[in-house]
Design a protein around this ligand. Sequence first.
Ligand code: GAR
Length: 223
Amino acid sequence: MSRSRLRLGVLASGRGSNLQAILQACSTAKIHAGVEVVISDRAQSQALELARRNQIPAIHLDPKSYSSREDYDEAVVRLLHEHGADLIVLAGYMRLITSRLIAPYRNCIINIHPSLLPSFPGLHAHRQALEWGVRISGCTVHFVDETMDGGSIIIQAAVPVLEDDTEETLETRILEQEHRILPQAIQYLAEERLEVSGRRVKLKSPKPMSGAKVVSPLIEIGL
Ligand code: GAR
């Protein structure tokens, strides 16, 4: 591993459970990273509160104070630079971002999304999955590019969709996996083990796979 500690800038709009998972992975040294700043577009975001409780600079930037998305993102970039962030993590950040933020951090911004992309991008991913009737859903960590939820995929986890699932129960099952794959993606980056080649992201020196498979509904005929 050539990098000692990755400096994270986290952008979040909501409850902050993914931020919590990152902070926990940092504090238990499961990942070689530290959160330098948390920025939110929503004053009420619990992610800001969580950052403050952990003595991390927590900044609310009000979109209404900026005349365009571009101006807003320039202000975000200034703050990220000020805090020396070298990896930007969108952890439940519900704003569309512009090239003003993407260009200076190409291949250094990642996003977590609650579906197996490219299925169900955008809002209400759980509802979309239930309405479509998929049997397997999950979550994805991907690099952010100019397309919505369309950047190269780093890691995905699958979960079954059950007969009686509601948006809430499916969200809970997927969130549990989000909290595993987001810190893992950060650690891959901290270890500089990802090689991006167009759409494909190759993991250097992967550990052997356990061979686990996800099938839903269950196979009942003893195969
Ligand atoms: C997470 O489920 C995340 O995947 C989703 O918002 C939630 C944030 O939860 N992100 C998106 O839908 C982005 N398109 P959290 O605030 O508890 O981390």
